[in-house]
Design a protein around this ligand. Structure first.
Ligand code: FAD
Ligand code: NAD
Length: 483
């Protein structure tokens, strides 16, 4: 049996469900195919982000942050609590409930926007057809004028540390521990390594992060990365840079296994034993079985589906967006691409501004940035002014006893146009978003400086950083020029 649609979307992660919902809103007859099944063998929508990514990791980050506050911070405020304990299974259960609520919400949004959903694996069989194999093995053909591939990504595995999802886990397994590991190893000091390493460190694990690169957070502005390294080390994360993992050995009985990791660093060969090991060395596009190679959909050298700026593949009826295509693997980038593709199909001139994709690491303090950092501007030979404002001089941050970090704004020396914003500090993600809006409107640092900010807020640190770049912060802020 063949069913006909205007648009068929493969995948219901952030990219896929945004594309499908917008297509529905624009009046296209739309289908969305999803293969993800939960522990109860039920199809669930929302992809990596909702099931095992952004949302569950933030649920655990929020719980573990409250735990740390109760243990160490409340006392500073004069709040006495006795014996703070963590019930790990209850924490995991709450996280699962949040996931359940949101994935059901996406199912509701899809049906509310008249998107037909199909459970099963989609395979593009021609420029206009997709075969869907459902979990029972039945196959159905969908015919569409347009196909949007939003199949997402999966964790990268490395040969020295094969994942068993018990002792050696990927990010998905690291969201399911039923007790706090005494000794936790993390391979990769990237976003996942730092976020999930922080969760378990806050709950009491002794965490060692092994990072192959010599530099810490190479994509982050150097001043911010240096501050982050200092703060995370103070929090107890042991970050070993230049550590190349060469092998691992499991030992111990069935119930209580441990893993010994062999690695080399500048001191030579090393060994470290952990109760759990998280492998977080990046993710790769997921294109397995997605289409016949004879179809002519091109992949790049890293396996991403090749697309242009508007997410069009080499086949006119087929688009691809989200983690399965070039660019940062971020939910919001996929969401905007999904919407852009839907609107383009409706003849609108939608565009994604790839210059302003914000990035966040949800540690505490958070790290957030957008636009260019100092190193990139130096390399490009662009002269700039820098304004830095430390949270230690923010009344609101001090009132909250949360005053580590700084806001840094970089503006073009000639035009004063804001070129980048880099923050480490409380609510960095939300603060940085204000600058993203300003940059989207091509604001100057002076525009931000002339804007009234309510007092007392953390946002005032953004205001003061802008003023600092102009050389007249009212409080401490300091200015540097590179001209
Ligand atoms: P996915 O979310 O991976 O969804 C793809 C969907 O397609 C999946 O549901 C999959 O089952 C389905 N699919 C694949 N192939 C087929 C097929 N053949 N047929 C049918 N269905 C198919 N990003 C952020 O921006 N902020 C964060 O805080 C953040 N935290 C993260 C934390 C963790 C632990 C992880 C792992 C990731 C995190 N990310 C975060 C990244 C974010 O999850 C991804 O960038 C985002 O989910 C990508 O969206 P997507 O729609 O492209 O793909
Ligand atoms: P990542 O690319 O952020 O970090 C991987 C790290 O592992 C890198 O520092 C890399 O040098 C290191 N590495 C690679 N191979 C190694 C090896 N053999 N030994 C030791 N270190 C090694 O990747 P990730 O943390 O796995 O995250 C995957 C993706 O998910 C990222 O692209 C990220 O954008 C996305 N994500 C985003 C968020 C967020 O937005 N807050 C959170 C989690 C994940």
């Amino acid at each position: 049996m063949t069913k006909e649609y205007d648009v068929v979307v493969i995948g219901s992660g952030p990219a896929g469900y945004h594309a499908a919902i917008r297509c529905g809103q624009l009046g296209f007859s739309t289908a969305c195919i999803e293969k993800w099944q939960n522990k109860d063998k039920k199809t669930v929508f929302g992809g990596t982000c909702l099931n095992v990514g952004c949302i569950p990791s933030k649920a655990l980050l929020d719980t573990s942050h409250k735990f740390i506050e109760a243990q160490h911070d409340f006392e500073t405020h004069g709040i006495k609590v006795s014996a703070v304990n963590i019930d790990v299974p209850a924490m995991i259960e709450r996280k699962d409930q949040v996931v359940k609520q949101l994935t059901s919400g996406v199912a509701g949004l899809l049906s509310g926007n008249k998107v037909d959903t199909y459970s099963g694996t989609g395979k593009v069989t021609s420029p206009e057809t997709v075969a869907v194999s459902d979990p029972e093995g039945e196959t159905l053909e969908l015919r569409a004028k347009h196909i949007i591939i939003a199949a997402g990504s999966v964790p990268i595995e490395i040969p020295p540390t094969p994942i068993d999802q018990n002792t050696i886990v990927d990010s998905t397994g690291a969201l399911e521990f039923q007790e706090v590991p005494k000794r936790l190893g993390v391979i990769g000091a990237g976003v996942i390594g730092l976020e999930l390493g922080s969760v378990w460190a806050r709950l009491g694990a002794d965490v060692v992060v092994l990072e192959a690169m010599e530099g810490f957070l190479p994509a982050v502005d150097r001043q911010i990365a240096k501050e982050a390294a200092k703060i995370f080390t103070k929090q107890g994360l042991q970050i070993k840079l230049g550590a190349r993992v060469t092998g691992s050995k499991l030992s111990g009985g069935k119930a209580k296994k441990s893993v010994t990791v062999e690695y080399t660093d500048s001191d030579g060969e090393q060994k470290a034993t952990f109760d759990k090991l998280i492998v977080a060395v990046g993710r790769k596009p997921y294109t397995e079985g997605l289409f016949d190679s004879s179809l002519g959909i091109e992949l790049d050298e890293r396996g991403f589906i090749k697309v242009d700026e508007q997410c069009a593949t080499s086949i006119p009826s087929i688009y691809a967006c989200g983690d399965v295509v070039r660019g940062p693997m971020l939910a919001h980038k996929g969401m905007e691409e999904g919407i852009m593709v839907a609107e383009r199909l409706a003849g609108k001139k939608a565009q994604v501004n790839y210059e302003l994709v914000p990035s966040v690491i949800y540690t505490h303090p958070e790290i957030a940035w957008v636009g260019k950092n100092e190193e990139e501007l130096k390399a490009a030979g662009i002269d700039y002014n820098v304004g830095v404002f430390p949270f230690a001089a923010s009344g609101r941050a001090l009132a909250a006893n949360d005053s580590e970090g700084m806001v840094k704004i970089i503006a073009d020396a000639a035009t004063d146009r804001i070129l980048g914003c880099h923050i480490i500090g409380p609510s960095a993600a939300d603060l940085m978003q204000q600058v993203v809006i300003a940059m989207e409107f091509s604001a100057s640092a002076e525009d931000l400086g002339l804007t009234m900010f309510s007092h007392p807020t953390l946002s005032e640190a953004v205001h003061e950083a802008a003023l600092a770049s102009l050389g007249h912060a009212i409080h401490i802020g300091n200015r540097r020029r590179r001209a």
